[in-house]
Design a protein around this ligand. Structure first.
Ligand code: ZN
Length: 272
């Protein structure tokens, strides 16, 4: 009795894993060349982002503040052209949201929201460019797709594990399923989000530089955020500490500065 059920368990788990891998695809992150695994088509994810953004706009107060709107449109469009073909399905939209929290976000499909609160800490347009470029980099790097794909695969294996272990002793089974869940947080979610933040910073400074914004402001801005009283802003509660991010950004700064100098030279020539 015991033998066939163990075998069945093994086959169920292996089957689910094989199914997950069979329907998954690989893609290459633009600018960094990293290979990621995705289960969903990018147009599916982009459509979800566009729908969520339409819905979101009915639930927030969209700001009509003219000077601030002009700034986010200008910065947004300059970064959008720096992104270029990294996001072919983009229908760019930059919306200023009346909200005092220091926050900005981007949704798949090229939808970007900036809270008015962000302006309380932004000194230069370059600072805003870095924050917006970082959020947009999450989108071009397909981070949402990767995250949903990993979670789907993980949940699928979890279901198979639960089904395949139904004949086990309940204490042993709960321990196994608990360990599996914990493994998901420590082994999948946390390293994933750290990797994604590092990647978004690396790509973000490059987009900002290509758009003609000084990437070195990213470090000034980050240090300022770290030293601001209260420290824990909404934006930073979902992001690693400034010190960790600065160390990572510094590794790519020389390249970004070279891109910035090139694009600044080009902009000057275009204006002459
Ligand atoms: Zn981020």
């Amino acid at each position: 009795m015991n033998k066939p059920s163990r075998l069945r368990r093994l086959f169920t788990c292996a089957g689910i894993l094989a199914f997950g891998l069979a329907i998954s695809g690989c893609y290459t992150v633009p600018e960094t060349g990293r290979t990621g695994m995705v289960l969903f088509s990018e147009s599916q994810i982009a459509n979800m982002g566009k729908e969520s953004f339409t819905e979101l706009k009915t639930q927030v107060r969209v700001s009509n503040n003219r000077p601030k709107n002009e700034i986010i449109q200008r910065v947004g469009h300059r970064i959008a052209s720096a992104v270029g073909r990294d996001l072919p399905e983009a229908e760019w939209e930059f919306v200023l949201i009346e909200d005092n929290t220091i926050n900005a976000f981007a949704l798949p499909g090229g939808k970007v929201g900036v809270h008015t609160g962000l302006f309380s800490i932004v000194e230069k347009e370059d600072d805003l460019a870095f924050v917006m470029a970082h959020e947009i980099a999450h989108i071009t790097a397909r981070h949402a797709n990767q995250r949903i794909s990993a979670q789907t695969l993980f949940a699928g294996i979890g279901l198979a594990l639960a089904a395949g272990t139904s004949d086990m002793d309940s204490g042993e089974r709960n321990l196994l399923l608990g360990l599996y869940g914990l493994g998901g947080t420590v082994g999948v979610s946390l390293p994933y989000s750290r990797l994604q933040e590092r990647e978004a910073d690396r790509i973000g400074i490059l987009y900002a530089a290509r758009a003609g914004y000084d990437p070195r402001r990213a470090i000034v801005f980050m240090e300022k955020m770290d030293n601001t009283a209260g420290g824990l802003h909404e934006y930073f509660s979902t992001h690693p500490s400034g010190k960790t991010r600065v160390e990572n950004i510094e590794k790519y700064m020389n390249d970004a500065v070279a891109v910035f100098e090139d694009s600044s030279r080009q902009r000057k020539l275009d204006m002459d």
